[in-house]
Design a protein around this ligand. Sequence first.
Ligand SMILES: N[C@@H](CCC(=O)N[C@@H](CS)C(=O)NCC(=O)O)C(=O)O
Length: 94
Amino acid sequence: METRPAKMVLKLYGSAMSFARVLVTILEKDLAYEHILIDIAKGEQKSEAYKQLQPFGKVPALEDDGFLIFESRAICKYLARQVLSRSFCVWILG
Ligand SMILES: N[C@@H](CCC(=O)N[C@@H](CS)C(=O)NCC(=O)O)C(=O)O
């Protein structure tokens, strides 16, 4: 049985002026992440490819191992709960 939690592989979509709140949470939790630039000045958030991830064409959005979430406050809450539950697994399972 795997006793260690899976490493979080986060993909953060957006640009600097759009994801400050989420980035602060990621840095505060010391999580590994990959930034995928979605340049709103170029309208990239309205591309069909991006709207497969975020149907309203807004940034930021986050992908965690195939799980997609948007709305910055919801993303922060999701990250806080993920880190808490994964820390709990390490504590319980060693
Ligand atoms: N309530 C959303 C707001 C999302 C939002 O409006 N993002 C802006 C950038 S800060 C955006 O995508 N603007 C481009 C557009 O509306 O086309 C959140 O907190 O994530």
